[in-house]
Design a protein around this ligand. Sequence first.
Ligand code: GLC
Length: 523
Amino acid sequence: MTDRPGQHERPWWRDAVIYQIYPRSFADSDGDGVGDLRGITDRLDHIASLGVDAIWLSPIFASPMADFGYDVSDYCSVDPVFGSEADLDELIAGVHERGMRLLLDWVPNHTSDQHPWFEASRRSRTDPKRDWYVWRDPAPDGGPPTGWTAAIRRVPAWTFDEQTGQYYLHLFLPEQPDLNWANPEVEAAMHDTLRYWLDRGVDGFRADVVHLIGKGTDLPDLDERQARHPLIEIDPPYAHELLRRIRALLEGYDHQPMMVGEVYLLGDGQTVTYLGNDDELHLTFDFRALHSPWEAAAIRSVIERSQREFAAPHWPTWVLSNHDKPRTRSLCGSTDRARAAAVMSLTMRATPFLYAGDELGLADADIAPENWIDPAGRDGCRAPIPWTPEDGHGWGPDPWLPFPPDADVLAASEQVDDPASMLALYRRLLQMRRASPALRAGDLELLDIGGADVVAYRRSHADEVLEVAVNFGDAPVELPLNGDLVVSSVHDRSPGAFDGIIGAHEAIVVRPGGESAPHESHR
Ligand code: GLC
């Protein structure tokens, strides 16, 4: 507790940019076609030279892989497909040597059906672990106890267990039974899993669908419409109590471990409540931008709501891409727009989460539904990262998924020395953010300039002011900003005084200056 940040000291996660790695898809060190921990260690210089502060690894724990690691069969071991525990120790050391931090993905709402806890639980109604999961008698007609639908495959969220004559709850696949966090033994066992990794030196966790752990014993009443999407409709009060105890556990460590929660609620004002009074999650994802079309009005409205709800003392996150959704490049439809999106992500008042591969401008792989391996069809955004231009792109002969389009020209080695590349843009933006208190920590004020296609905002902190504008439209727009152009998403845009025009799909950062300091003019 000794170096717990004081009230006036900014904790590291507020200033950080966090880089998400989907380990199966990142880098393959042993040529088996599936990415692994040594692959990540081998590529740490790529990550460090980008300029990010922390890495979040999607699940690496032992798993039968029904949901590619989000079905955990042992929270305290590394799945052999990713390597050994020694490989993880080496990765942790390599990350720390480079001044970065490592977050693991913790999946508290459900385990694998092959976890020994569930195997015991389903053995008999009197097994001491029976109550570790959510078991219910059939409805009077013999059907499931509630009409809830699972979030993956859209099957009923209950599966009947012949041997013991009851249904168990799974808000995801039948292979992912929900834990019963109302049982204190479950809470204690899951706390132990956090301690195990914290003692081993990890710097925190991304907590999977963490709002759902608060379901309690009396499952919430959902109407028919809500029952179709329990994932985004269950917003249970008991989760807050559980999160306060998790926060206390984390604060017992001196190295400031952080937990960012996947609170998959999309309603206004909902996710912020999971920060509590700075005594629950440190950060919570806000997926409203990810669920919006790449259009000025929609994105402006998301920024407006997120900034209002996460006003100080709160702090928001910014997410445009992850392993569950189409990549930014696919979401916004062109490389130019993806470059503009990068400027927006890295100038936001928020902790930005970048999804590995976005810094290369990768699009989703084009995979026909009959070839999907993922039960929810999320294969496209999980395509392997191309490291080199030749066939194989640095992977074994048979990668688990096909490569994204243009893997030869977008390969990391092709971009690294090209100042016009997406990679070069990301590095420049990360450097700019790191050097700027206004971008890292400043206030954000939306500016009403440039018309319907432009989203513009001012970031300011003490004496530093920067203005950002993003043109979502197909035509250039005149902008009443003057000062120096610090960065443009368009590579060959000449530096120097801003000429008052933002191009189609361009994003710019301007440092106001000169006689008619523009930030005075539109206050
Ligand atoms: C989260 C993960 C997703 C997974 C689900 C179930 O939403 O991001 O990949 O399938 O939880 O664990």
